[in-house]
Design a protein around this ligand. Structure first.
Ligand SMILES: Nc1ncnc2c1ncn2[C@@H]1O[C@H](COP(=O)(O)OP(=O)(O)OP(=O)(O)O)[C@@H](O)[C@H]1O
Ligand SMILES: [Mg+2]
Length: 252
């Protein structure tokens, strides 16, 4: 579903992503682990279009997406959430979610000029869809609350709801469990597994090893900008040098 070939991104002298080749199969929950500064978020930024690769190719569902704008990539059905959620704090949960343009809406821009009522109908569709995805994410009781009043975990669920607006084929989650209490984390895991069962492909950065070992197959290990290992949890456990490298760095 997603192919990276020789992808490089430098910041000054630092090769944050240093020649990454990666093949992500559809219908999997692939985990990405690695110490702080390994290049995981930078990799996501390259895939999702927030950064342009210096070299290499990124192909999603058969189309080259490297260097396209985040909006274009999002409209292709590849969505991402942020390590630190960024809702508009003074807008309600429902408004934050309705801001996400539904797919193909842009293509119909010109029709808005001469089809009276279309904008209103699209707003209605957006409101219905937003209510549906927020309920799915367990935020049905918070529609009119200001997003800034949500807990950290609820903000992660709001981020998930927002990306569900477009019915994505693939979702990139950057540390979904960070700062989330155990109860909400179970909710989040449940939602990820339910979406996975519906055919959504996930790529998930996470430091919580229990979570990764439990739901991710395979797991990609990054260190210093490179992919150093890819395999299922039991294979990683059979290769102590991988965990050593990881935990050694992580402890440093
Ligand atoms: N915009 C930027 N400008 C300069 N350096 C950056 C930028 N973004 C990331 N870096 C550097 O690139 C390296 C990789 O950062 P990145 O955020 O991708 O790591 P990460 O694996 O996501 O780490 P963490 O687990 O802490 O989130 C780090 O050394 C970081 O300081
Ligand atoms: Mg990161």
């Amino acid at each position: 579903m997603l192919e990276l070939r020789g992808v490089v991104k430098s910041f000054g002298n630092l090769r944050a992503v240093d020649g990454v080749d990666l093949s992500i199969a559809s219908n999997r929950i692939t985990g990405v682990i690695g110490p702080n500064g390994a290049g995981k978020t930078t990799l996501f930024n390259l895939i999702a279009g927030s950064l342009t690769p210096d070299a290499g190719e990124i192909v999603f569902a058969g189309e080259r997406i490297g260097g396209l704008s985040p909006d274009r990539i999002f409209q292709h059905g590849l969505a991402r959430t942020f390590q630190i959620p960024r809702p508009f704090p003074r807008m309600t949960v429902l408004e934050n979610t309705m801001l996400v343009p539904l797919r193909q809406a842009g293509e119909r821009f010109w029709t808005n000029w001469w089809q009276p009522g279309l904008v209103a109908r699209e707003e209605k569709a957006g409101r219905e869809r937003a209510t549906e995805v927020l309920s799915f994410c367990g935020l049905g009781g918070h529609l009119d609350h200001l997003a800034g009043t949500l807990s950290g975990g609820q903000q992660k669920l709001l981020e998930l709801a927002r990306v569900l607006m477009i019915d994505p084929k693939m979702i990139l989650l950057d540390e979904p469990a960070a700062g989330v209490n155990p109860t909400l984390m179970e909710t989040l895991v449940e939602k990820i597994l339910a979406l996975h069962a519906q055919g959504v492909t996930f790529l998930l950065i996470e430091h919580n090893m229990d979570l990764v070992m439990r739901i991710c197959r395979p797991i990609v290990v990054m260190a210093a900008g490179k992919v150093i290992f890819q395999g299922d949890p039991d294979e990683i456990q059979r290769h102590p040098e991988v965990l050593d490298a990881y935990l050694g760095h992580a402890a440093a």
